[in-house]
Structures are given as structure tokens and as C-alpha cells.
Design a protein around this ligand. Structure first.
Ligand code: DC
Length: 232
């Protein structure tokens, strides 16, 4: 049986997670946030006093690093060496660390292997930067979700303020951080963030979440569901 494998890529703060999560829920399939896995590796490096940029020190660390994910009623639990770190990986420091550590080939190889194993066994919506280009390139349902950097910074500020984690950042600072992360993610040597030619472009700048989710779910149903409305 072929599994439903939906690939969602795009830059930070474009609404990828919100859309991917809602689409997975509507389709009744797993949501996999691959960014959380890079974040967990970055957290381990930071805890050990290793700069996530420092490939020479990160590589040996990987030998005894185990990243896994669990599904907790539709929400993802991310485990670092068996410890649930889901609540610890959302800081600005870890965001930057994840972008830096994602440059290292061996980190990518380790995580992509695990992501591909999950995709082979599960119906899922997988979200990240290299999902359509590297992790599940054969997927017939690929999306590239983006929005202007002004809009993404404004959304991030709102999100951070709502959760009391804004760390006093201004809109301009957040925009600069987002653009710096975009640059690292799209200019790295291995598996850079890119829109593959068969990915459907979803620009959420002036779209509601519902419209974006519908774009995804309509396409998934058209590709994977049979005429009776069920999965083939
Ligand atoms: O999606 P996110 O913001 O949680 O991702 C954090 C960082 O992890 C992102 O800036 C780059 C890296 N990443 C990656 O290199 N490849 C992925 N598939 C997902 C994330």
C-alpha cells in the first residue's frame, strides 16, 4: 500500500507549521515537524557548550545522540536521548542553533534517514526545508509555503508576545533574524531550502489559514483519494 506522503517546505514563519498541522488533522494523518529534530540536536550541542557552527565538535557528538518523535494525540513530542525536550527547543537561541547545525552534512544524513523511515511506514504531512527536495522527493503532493519577510516578522512578534517570550525584540530585529536564517537555510551546501519545480506555491501573505489549508487538503484528496472519497 502506498502511504500518503505530503511534503511542505518553506522559510521560517511562513505559516508552514500551522497549515501542516491543520491539514494533517483534517486528513486524519500524522504531522511531522522536522525542524524540531534539528532543534533537538542544536539543544544538545548548546548544553554541552559546543557551538552549533563547529562541525568538528558536532560530528563526534552525533555518535551517541538519538533523536526520535512520538505522537501525543496529534501533537508531536520530540525526544533527545529519551528526554522530552518539546518545551525547551522554541527559544531564539535554539532557532539560530538549528539553522547553523543544519548546515552539517552528517546531521542531515542522520535525521533524513529517520524521517524517511517514518514516511515509508506512515501516512503523514511532513514539514521542513528539504522535504520535497531530499526526504520524500517522490511525493506527488509537494507544497512551498511562503510569505513576505515583513509579514513573517509581524506574525513572529505577535506569537512571541502572546506567549510572553518576546525577549524585548523589536519588529526590525525579528525581521533581520528571520532574513539571516533564510539566508543560511537557502545558501548552505547540502540540501538548501529551495522550491522544487513540482511544488505548489502557497503565498500566505494575504491568505487566511483556512484558504491555505484547503489548498493543501484539496490537492491531497485529488491525488490520493478514490472516487468514493476514501483512500486508495
Ligand atoms: O522549521 P523550524 O523553524 O523549526 O526549523 C529550525 C531550523 O532547522 C531551520 O532554520 C533550518 C533547520 N531545518 C533544516 O535544515 N531542515 C529541515 N527539514 C527543517 C529544519
Amino acid at each position: 500500500m502506498t502511504h500518503i506522503n505530503v511534503a511542505i517546505d518553506g522559510p521560517a514563519g511562513a505559516g508552514k507549521s500551522t497549515v501542516a498541522k491543520a491539514a494533517a488533522k483534517e486528513l486524519g494523518i500524522l504531522y511531522l515537524d522536522t525542524g524540531a529534530m534539528y532543534r533537538a540536536v542544536a539543544l544538545k550541542a548548546i548544553r554541552l557548550g559546543i557551538n552549533p557552527n563547529d562541525a568538528e565538535r558536532v560530528r563526534p557528538m552525533l555518535k551517541n545522540t538519538h533523536i526520535s518523535v512520538e505522537n501525543d494525540g496529534g501533537a508531536q513530542r520530540t525526544l533527545l536521548d529519551g528526554e522530552d525536550v518539546s518545551g525547551l527547543i522554541r527559544t531564539q537561541q535554539v532557532s539560530k542553533g538549528a539553522s547553523d547545525i543544519g548546515v552539517i552534512l552528517e546531521v542531515r544524513q542522520m535525521l533524513v534517514r529517520e524521517q524517511q523511515r517514518i514516511a515509508q511506514n506512515t501516512d503523514l504531512v511532513m514539514e521542513g526545508r528539504d522535504i520535497g527536495s531530499c526526504v520524500i522527493p517522490a511525493s506527488p503532493c509537494k507544497f512551498y509555503i511562503t510569505a513576505s519577510s515583513d509579514e513573517r516578522a509581524a506574525r513572529r512578534l505577535k506569537e512571541l508576545e502572546a506567549s510572553g517570550r518576546d525577549e524585548g525584540k523589536t519588529l526590525e530585529q525579528l525581521k533581520a533574524e528571520i532574513e539571516a536564517r533564510d539566508y543560511t537555510d537557502s545558501h548552505r551546501e547540502f540540501a538548501p531550502l529551495t522550491r522544487v519545480s513540482d511544488a505548489i506555491l502557497v503565498d500566505t501573505t494575504d491568505m487566511t489559514i483556512e484558504q491555505a489549508v484547503k489548498t493543501v487538503t484539496d490537492r491531497v484528496k485529488a491525488v490520493y483519494y478514490n472516487e468514493a472519497g476514501g483512500k486508495d
